[in-house]
Design a protein around this ligand. Structure first.
Ligand code: HEC
Length: 157
């Protein structure tokens, strides 16, 4: 149930953040993100994002169409900027909105690195985050029903 709420929260943010247009200035490296993660996230999400009290954040690519789909940031989330937005608003769960934008960029970079989506020497900012093609991106399509606002539509819809 808690898991479902987090997805709903993530989807509600898609329309705002998916294209990365409204990402704030700042940047953070994978290596600094590792420090932030060790100190502020690992207790709940596991040392390498394998999960614990908090969701598993790593792996699962290629499992979604199988009988045992593993939904993580790496396998399921369609947009990089959504990761930034979610962490900035909701994490760490015991102290939401306590991280600086630089720290949120850094810890997002580390989670993307753990998922094999960013090299270990990379630095993430608004531009590089928006440019990342998440593995599940092409699996999300706009909802064609006329009474539903499609997340693919960014302005004036
Ligand atoms: C006190 C425990 C705790 C801490 C500390 C914590 N988290 Fe979480 N996190 C959770 C829980 C529980 C959820 C699931 C929330 C829900 O479903 O509403 C979650 C969900 C998430 C998700 C969404 C995962 C998904 O697939 O839905 C991300 C991303 C995330 N956390 C990142 C972080 C980061 C980055 C940090 C450190 C800055 C952090 N968390 C610190 C407990 C924690």
């Amino acid at each position: 149930m808690a898991r479902r709420e987090s997805y709903l929260a993530a989807f509600a943010l898609l329309a705002l953040a998916a294209d990365g247009d409204n990402l704030p200035p700042g940047s953070g490296s994978v290596s600094h993100g590792r420090e932030v993660f060790d100190q502020q996230c690992a207790a709940c999400h596991g040392a390498k994002g394998e999960g614990g009290v908090g969701d598993r954040l790593v792996g699962g690519q290629g499992t979604l169409a199988t009988s045992k789909p593993v939904k993580t940031v790496g396998s399921y989330w369609p947009y990089g900027p959504t990761l930034f937005d979610y962490i900035r608003r909701a994490m760490p769960q015991n102290a939401p909105q306590s991280l600086s934008n630089d720290d949120v960029y850094a810890v997002s970079a580390y989670i993307l690195d753990l998922n094999g989506l960013l090299p270990a020497d990379a630095t993430l900012d608004a531009k590089t985050l928006s440019a990342i093609k998440m593995p599940n991106r092409s699996m999300f399509v706009g909802d064609p029903r006329p009474d539903v606002k499609s997340p693919e539509c960014m302005t004036g819809c």
